[in-house]
Design a protein around this ligand. Structure first.
Ligand SMILES: Nc1ncnc2c1ncn2[C@@H]1O[C@H](COP(=O)(O)OP(=O)(O)O)[C@@H](O)[C@H]1O
Ligand SMILES: [Mg+2]
Length: 857
């Protein structure tokens, strides 16, 4: 009833009696302030206590309630009688947590939260300028979500390069893991637990017996990681609706954004609401987030809530509720005009006016405009001027550490120790320039990043360099016992400090951070770290050329893993010329192999790339006649490049296998055999290919290359089909399906139903053939694998021909001829179909066209 009195509505609304009763039993009520924002906070808390589901949550007795109500009444009448705070402590008396306006935005979010809780998840972006109230709005949403009984997990992104890869996601998962019991944790994480543990250390700590994640090729490994995290979040949301808040996405690392894109595609029928926030003012087209937003928009996967400035009424309400004074019209107009309704700006202005003791003398001031600073930075500057000099010095130091900082890191740097330092920090807390991070002793955060930015920007370049260096050295000691999760942070500080001297540390930490990023599958971050390592190297008076060559190779590899093929190619080219100049044959060969590294996976073979041919041939020369694993690899690669000259590819691949056998290098032998198996296509005995495929499977299992083993099985499957050994085909299909399921790779998974579809075709079960082919296509498209549609179409062409359904076939094939003009097979099929349909003239024309080009594209 109390609830109804203050909000004008009962705590639970619903159409049916049963619904309302079940809400009373199961659901926490919505905070009354969502209906009536002017409600004093203490009263709100009391009401929520009274509505608590369990007796322990409720106030002890009626007397206790009465007492609490009396206290609230006393304080709110104090509020009405307008205090005029003028002493230096006045800031502390300001009401915090005032929230005004934003009715529409809250209504929209509330609707999304309700929908998500009932199984209709989605992604909502809250967009606005710095200080525009994005974070605050998500906090409001979080409160509402908790009251709905949903679980809220928050991941914040940080400015600068100090945060580890996947940082927002790590926070989210860590948060979940911390509050979860061990038994249910394993169940919720599911089979993806080892993959998640790769990135979130806490998972491994909680579940030490997890097996290691399988080693896969870069793209596959990452798919598996993303799939594991998505599956985990979806299944966690089944038990309790989840709200994920990703704050400040404009600072997110690229891998984190890719994961967001992945998750966004899967939200539809889940109880998962993802709320992201970002600043729209700083997004250039090259910004990583801009790419993600483009992708999300193309697929229609996100909606936006744009935050504009608060209205004049909101400003008035804000001033009155915060300062507990009646706001004169002139003041409200001036604040609204100058701040353009930016809540952060308004907040700071009000605090400044209070510190200046101006708000108390409200009526006497006539021209407010001149009292209000012109920009956000200026108001921050003036607010900081109110703090003592030592306090400012400490804050400046902290601003170089980042948005969050700790007492332990600060103390060795500041000129003040122990209690004195605490006092200075308290001074900043009282002014609400910083706040303590709850539940962590000695951790602080700037109350807004704009404050940190202002402090940092005031520093001269030379001072920044010095401070970064000192911070780097302190953190190095602090993190000594467990450096890995902090490598990105150390790399960041030493890189910023590099112009001041310690290049070795800048390079070493950058390389280590890159290696760590590679291990957690954050390839784009790895590339960025290598790039910085190279930049630091350039600063040396006499850069170490050999090291530069090694770093270029590593950079190229990271870029290739991130599917940034064009940049990888350029980097490998630079590495090759440097290796040539320095006469380093091994490095040269690695650069040559790097260009077109997708060949090593057997994709796009046969594409003749002049530069690649030239470099690989030069590599063979430079390596000389000596037998080495590297030579075997170069030969294997070259064989695939020459796929269209049968003689050459046969010789090269044979030599590759022989070389690898002689040097006894198993991984190289595996690469050689794989190339051999492809090179034997078409003109050799199926039995011979079968033998090679079998050896691939055995060897791959020995060295733990599960993906290669899978490919070997697929090859075996093909050969058994060709040999007509259907029993063996069935056995291979079983094995293949099982291994693909273990690896959870849609890229391979779809091939199993596809194989079964072919099997059905062979036995004349046409309907089943079609059904399975469609199923395979579905899975393949989820993996965004283009070959799936090509395979599907081929299958359907074959099927429709046998069924005599030419009419359906012709337009489809014509479409493929247009889409893949260089694949002669489609042109040939079209001519065949015309001939079978009795359209001789068109068939004739098609055939002539083909033969005039000598059956080549
Ligand atoms: N609707 C609002 N009413 C009152 N204060 C607000 C409101 N929105 C934001 N604020 C305050 O303004 C400041 C900046 O808001 P914040 O959410 O941190 O901005 P952003 O995340 O967009 O940079 C914070 O102190 C916040 O509490
Ligand atoms: Mg924010």
């Amino acid at each position: 009833m109390l609830y109804e009195m203050v909000t004008g509505r009962p705590p639970f609304l619903g159409d049916q009696l049963v619904g309302i009763i079940s809400q009373h039993i199961n659901t926490a009520p919505v905070a009354p302030s969502w209906h009536n924002p002017d409600l004093p906070r203490a009263l709100e808390n009391l009401i929520l206590q009274l509505l608590a589901k369990t007796p322990e949550g409720r106030p002890e007795s009626a007397a206790a309630v009465e007492e609490a109500l009396a206290a609230i009444a006393a304080s709110s009448s104090a509020m009405a009688t307008r205090v005029a705070p003028q002493d230096s402590k006045s800031l502390a008396r300001l009401a915090v947590d005032v929230f005004v306006g934003r009715t529409e935005e809250i209504t929209a979010l509330r609707a999304r939260l309700n929908e998500a809780a009932s199984g209709c998840g989605r992604l909502v972006m809250v967009v606005g300028e710095p200080g525009g109230g994005k974070t605050r709005l998500t906090e409001q949403a979080a409160t509402y979500a908790r009251l709905l009984g949903s679980r809220v997990l928050i991941g914040r992104c940080y400015e600068g390069e100090g945060a580890p890869a996947f940082w927002p996601w790590i926070q989210i998962i860590r948060n979940y893991v911390e509050e979860c019991e061990k038994v249910s944790l394993a169940a919720v994480l599911g089979p993806g637990a080892p993959d998640i543990a790769q990135v979130v250390q806490e998972v491994r700590e909680r579940l030490p017996n997890l097996p290691a994640a399988p080693s896969l090729e870069p793209e596959q490994a990452r798919f598996r990681l993303f799939d594991s995290i998505t599956t985990f979040l979806k299944s966690a949301a089944k038990a309790q609706a989840l709200v994920l808040i990703l704050d400040d996405l404009h600072w997110a690392d690229r891998p984190s954004l890719l994961l967001l894109e992945f998750l966004a595609r899967e939200l539809k029928d889940t109880r998962l609401l993802v709320i992201g926030t970002y600043r729209d003012v700083e997004l250039s087209r090259q910004h990583p987030l801009a790419q993600t937003l483009g992708e999300l928009a193309r697929q229609g996967l996100s909606e936006r809530i744009m935050l504009r400035g608060l209205s004049k009424d909101d400003v008035a309400k804000f001033i009155e509720m915060t300062a507990r004074v009646e706001a004169p019209e002139g003041l409200v107009t001036a604040v609204h005009l100058e701040t353009e309704g930016n809540p952060f700006f308004i907040n700071e202005v009000v605090r400044l006016l209070v510190s200046d003791g101006r708000l108390g003398r409200a009526e006497t001031t006539t021209s407010w405009k001149i009292r209000i600073p012109e920009g956000v930075r200026e108001v921050i500057g003036r607010r900081l001027d109110h703090l003592s000099e030592p306090c400012n010095r400490v804050l400046t130091m902290a601003s170089v550490m980042g948005r969050d900082f700790t007492f332990d890191a600060l103390e060795p740097l500041a000129e003040f120790l122990g209690d004195r330092l605490l006092e200075l920090l308290d001074e900043a807390i009282a002014a609400r320039v910083i706040t303590e991070v709850p539940q962590t002793a000695g951790s602080y955060t700037f109350s807004h990043n704009l404050i940190r930015e202002t402090l940092y920007d005031e520093l001269s370049a030379a001072r920044r360099v010095r401070l970064h260096r000192r911070i780097g050295e302190v953190l190095e000691k602090l993190y000594r016992s467990r450096v890995e999760p902090h490598l990105a942070e150390l790399a960041y500080h030493f890189f910023q400090a590099a112009p001041g001297g310690d290049l070795k540390k800048a390079i070493d930490y950058a390389v280590r951070a890159a290696q760590f990023a590679t291990r957690v599958l954050a390839y784009e971050e790895a590339a960025a770290h290598y790039d910085r390592a190279l930049q630091a190297l350039e600063l040396a008076a006499k850069p170490d050329e050999r090291r530069r060559c090694e770093m270029l190779l590593a950079l190229g590899e990271a870029q290739a893993r991130a599917s940034n093929t064009a940049n990888a190619r350029e980097t490998f080219e630079r590495a090759a010329s440097l290796a040539r100049k320095l006469a380093l044959p091994d490095q040269f060969a690695r650069a040559a192999l790097g260009i077109g590294s997708e060949l090593a996976m057997g994709v796009r073979f046969g594409k003749v790339d002049a530069l690649q041919v030239q470099l690989l041939e030069e590599a063979l020369q430079l390596l000389g006649e000596g037998q080495s694993a590297l030579r075997a690899r170069v030969l294997a690669h070259l064989a695939l490049v020459f796929y269209y000259s049968e003689q050459k590819r046969a010789e090269l691949s044979r030599e590759s296998v022989e070389t690898a056998r002689r040097v006894g290098d198993k991984p190289a032998l595996l690469a050689a055999l794989f190339s051999r198996c492809i090179c034997l296509e078409g003109f050799e005995e199926a039995n011979q290919r079968l033998a090679v495929a079998t050896e691939i499977v055995q060897l791959a299992e020995q060295v733990g290359e599960r993906e290669m083993a899978l490919r070997g099985h697929f090859r075996r499957l093909r050969e058994f089909l060709e040999l007509g050994d259907l029993r063996a085909v069935d056995a291979e299909l079983e094995t293949y399906g099982r291994l693909a399921a273990e690896l959870r790779q849609p890229r391979y998974l779809w091939l199993e139903p596809f194989g079964r579809s072919t099997r059905a075709f062979l036995e004349g079960r046409f309907e089943e053939c079609e059904r399975l082919a469609r199923h395979a296509l579905e899975i393949g498209q989820r993996a965004q694998d283009e070959t799936a549609i090509v395979f599907f179409s081929t299958q359907m062409v074959t099927l429709r021909r046998v069924q005599g359904r030419f009419d359906e076939l012709e337009p489809a094939i014509r479409g493929f001829v247009e889409k893949y003009p260089s694949i002669m097979g489609w042109r040939a099929s079209l001519a065949c179909i015309y001939s079978e349909m009795g359209r001789a003239e068109e068939a004739q024309k098609g055939l002539e066209e083909l033969s005039s080009k000598n059956f080549k594209a």
